[in-house]
Design a protein. Structure first.
Length: 282
């Protein structure tokens, strides 16, 4: 067991040096540990048997895909690149990201009381800056440039920093929220506890969005707000490469999925209008 712990610790250091996010490191090391405890070898055939076992346990293609990525990464860490290349992830059908309409965004914001300055700020930063929930929780006061109206998102996915301009009203919201604080925490947003002000947790963000979403009768998640940010920017004519920079995507292909969302939105609008059908009917 001690030897296994050492292997996992070294592997986690390798992932960290590669710039993987804490969540990715946690998931990869979990599956690699399970594989090694199962008796897995540094061979693609052994990995395939392990994947077959997980399939019988009810794992979906999406989950198996993550396991494959973890094992391929581990094989490379151990210097078995050829075996890593033999492992192919199962095909996962690509689904378009779900986004809210502008009216739905307005409706949810309307049910967050103006007195809940922190909660409104959380919602507006997720939607208005397109942040991931982990990026939101890790923001520090020093990451806000009040002079230039922007925030610096440090160590996003792939450990890349990026700059996101924010509108004046959102900057004002940050100032107003900070004025309500009487703690010395370095984090921009903290847990709302009287006894201490801890760093905001993703669990709290999910809870708040569910609470206000239920109140508005709309399902909403942190990622849906990020998707909505990207989709609405594209619909407003913002260049896709600018959106790529704002989202912190390393590959343009990742951002281009939003063009499909917009096309789908336009198709539905066109079908609703029934312009051609109206002409032919006459």
């Amino acid at each position: 067991m001690e030897a296994l712990n050492e292997i996992i610790e070294e592997y986690e250091t390798y992932l960290d040096l590669e710039g993987k996010s804490p969540n990715t490191i946690r998931m990869y090391s979990y599956y690699v540990r399970r594989y090694l405890e199962w008796g897995g070898e540094l061979k693609a055939r052994s990995a395939l048997r392990f994947l077959a076992k997980l399939r019988r346990e009810g794992y979906s293609n999406k989950s198996l895909n993550l396991v494959v990525q973890a094992l391929r990464s581990y094989f490379r860490f151990e210097g078995y690149d050829e075996e890593a290349e033999k492992l192919r992830p199962p095909k996962v059908p690509k689904s378009l990201p779900k986004s809210l309409t502008r009216e739905e965004v307005r409706k949810i914001l309307s049910v967050i009381p103006p007195t809940r300055k922190r909660d409104r700020l959380i919602f507006l930063l997720l939607y208005g800056a397109g942040l991931r929930v982990s990026e939101l929780c890790n923001l520090k006061k020093s990451d806000v440039d009040f002079e230039r109206s922007l925030i610096i998102v440090r160590g996003g996915k792939g450990a890349k920093d990026r700059v996101v301009p924010i509108p004046a009203f959102l900057l004002e919201g940050i100032k107003t929220y900070l004025e309500t604080r009487d703690d010395d925490s370095e984090y921009l947003i903290v847990e709302d506890r009287r006894e201490r002000k801890d760093k905001l947790s993703p669990k709290t963000v999910w809870y708040l969005l569910k609470k206000y979403g239920d109140k508005a009768g709309i399902r909403v998640t942190p990622h849906m707000l990020r998707h909505s940010f990207a989709t609405h920017m594209l619909e407003n004519g913002v260049d896709i490469r600018a959106i790529q920079e704002l989202l912190g995507h390393s590959n343009l292909s990742t951002t281009q999925i939003y063009t499909k969302v917009t096309v789908e939105h336009l198709r539905k609008a066109q079908e609703k209008a029934r312009l051609i059908e109206g002409l032919i009917g006459k």
